[in-house]
Design a protein around this ligand. Sequence first.
Ligand SMILES: NC(=O)c1ccc[n+]([C@@H]2O[C@H](COP(=O)([O-])OP(=O)(O)OC[C@H]3O[C@@H](n4cnc5c(N)ncnc54)[C@H](O)[C@@H]3O)[C@@H](O)[C@H]2O)c1
Length: 293
Amino acid sequence: MDSIKGRVAFVTGGASGIGLGITHALLGAGAQVVIADLRADHLEAALAALAQRGQAGNVHGIRLDVTDRAAMAAAAEEAERLFGRVHILVNNAGVGIQGPLKGITYEDWDFGLAVNLGGVINGLQTFLPRIRAHGEGGHIVNTSSLSALVPMPAQFAVYTAAKAAVIAISENIRGELAQEHIGVTVLCPGPVRTNIHEVGRNRPERFGAGAAFKAVQEGAVPVPFPAQMEPDQVGELVLDAIRRDQLYVITHGEWRAAAEQRHAAQVAAMPTKLDPALVSWLQSRPAAAAKKD
Ligand SMILES: NC(=O)c1ccc[n+]([C@@H]2O[C@H](COP(=O)([O-])OP(=O)(O)OC[C@H]3O[C@@H](n4cnc5c(N)ncnc54)[C@H](O)[C@@H]3O)[C@@H](O)[C@H]2O)c1
């Protein structure tokens, strides 16, 4: 997407951390932004700070739980009523659910997958028909995590299940949406200075925000990162990726060796004895093989 000026963006989890960093970058490039967020306190603080930056007229806040499909549709209507056609969807809302697998309940799985994966699915299902309908093109940004690409020293079974799926979805839809002039970016952040640790405050009652969950979170071993990137830096990387229609934004190079090791181990696990029929079929489809970027 060459020009961001005058475009409308909808950013979930946009009132804190990385979502707010992306919002800053989009506003700086001349977009109007709807920030949709579960937390009233985050929305209030973000909107006040954005007003101080002189952006009150270009930003609108909506209280939204991304797991609520009807509310997502209503939020899309509200965004269009206020700012007009939405071009950029940033499926960013997420919760840093972690803890020892031993204590994890079905409710933990339901919560982690509903927000971190279901939120992305709901965003796509709600906004893609609207972006297609106006025909002016658009861009989708889905927030995954570096922890879905390389092993992290964290108890992240639920989290990485969702985040790996977000990468897979993004890679998979990119070719199809390119034909409709809709770009796709998947953001895989490493450590970023945000409020991600407040997962307990972001868990709706219906997902059992009770003692079992608290025990799991308290048993979680936080990763002792010695440095964290600032959310505004991530926002600028995402803005650049939207402009250049870049599939991957991976914020940290420090895990390059780990990524290479994982990839090498997967390639090493592949048999070297090949079926010629499959080989020639694959060779006849170079475009399909190259589509992933
Ligand atoms: N901070 C990191 O180091 C890091 C690393 C990798 C990936 N991520 C991902 O980045 C994204 C943003 O997280 P962050 O680190 O900025 O954390 P954050 O907590 O600062 O921001 C997340 C925002 O999402 C909102 N939110 C939570 N549940 C929601 C829901 N159901 N509906 C709508 N909004 C909801 C929260 O209120 C919050 O404002 C997440 O998807 C997270 O998994 C973060």
